[in-house]
Write a protein that binds this ligand. Structure first.
Ligand code: DX5
Ligand code: ZN
Length: 215
């Protein structure tokens, strides 16, 4: 699947950008929620998500980069999240958080920062709907892909298969046409792309090309 990250969209023309994604071959809208504490940047909250939900015709994949995400799980559901992911680094009781997300009726995802070993996720392979491996340090769009992520994807893919789990692997940060096939070969299921889509001359065409690679 392809999940364009609206972080790189033109917010003055957000409705046009959403309509472009609506008619594209993309599968999800990736929304980055940052609190200025867990990550050194602040984005947007419930009001904007609700507005996006009114126009978007594909599921919303909401990536929380906030401390203590448990405080707000039901608010994100109400705002329109379909997929909700929390960082491993922000949850003391991750297992409880995953099940709370599922009970609210959303797909539950766990995100891992680049410095953390992928083995930290092994105990929850049977519990989550998807994993999100960060391939840049979270906080900003347009950063350079960290190549070691490829090995982490392969390891996680093997573990998922060993367990007969249905968990998907999403990759986020510095993803584009230059590395998409490597990521797909390593076992990625969902590619998040911000700058490589919205910064390209023809976003619709870039999405089609990415989709061709990952399907
Ligand atoms: C970074 C965000 C990403 C970001 C990706 O913290 O989680 O979703 O928008 O942007 P690109 O694809 O430009 O690296
Ligand atoms: Zn993201």
């Amino acid at each position: 699947m392809i999940a364009p990250s609206l972080l790189s969209a033109n917010f003055l023309k957000l409705e046009d950008e959403i309509n472009m994604i609506n008619k594209s071959k993309a599968d999800l809208f990736h929304l980055d929620i940052m609190d200025g504490k867990f990550v050194p940047n602040i984005t947007f909250g419930f009001g904007i998500i609700k507005q996006i939900k009114k126009v978007a015709n594909k599921p919303l994949d909401v990536h929380l980069m906030i401390d203590e995400p448990d405080r707000y799980l039901s608010e994100f559901k109400e705002a329109g999240a379909d997929y909700l992911s929390v960082h491993y680094e922000t949850c003391s009781h991750l297992h409880r958080t995953i099940f709370a997300i599922k009970e609210l009726g959303m797909k539950a995802g766990v995100v891992l920062n680049p410095h953390n070993p992928v083995e930290l996720l092994y105990e929850i392979v049977d519990d989550v709907d998807f994993f999100l491996l960060m391939s840049v340090n979270p906080g900003f769009g347009g950063q350079k892909f960290i190549p070691r992520t490829i090995e982490k994807i392969s390891k996680l893919r093997n573990k998922i298969e060993q367990n007969n789990s249905k968990a998907l692997i999403e990759v986020d940060g510095g993803v584009g046409l230059n590395n998409a096939s490597q990521l797909a070969d390593a076992g990625a299921d969902i590619l998040v792309a911000g700058n490589s889509i919205f910064g390209s001359d023809n976003p619709l065409d870039t999405i089609s090309k990415l989709k061709e690679i990952i399907k």
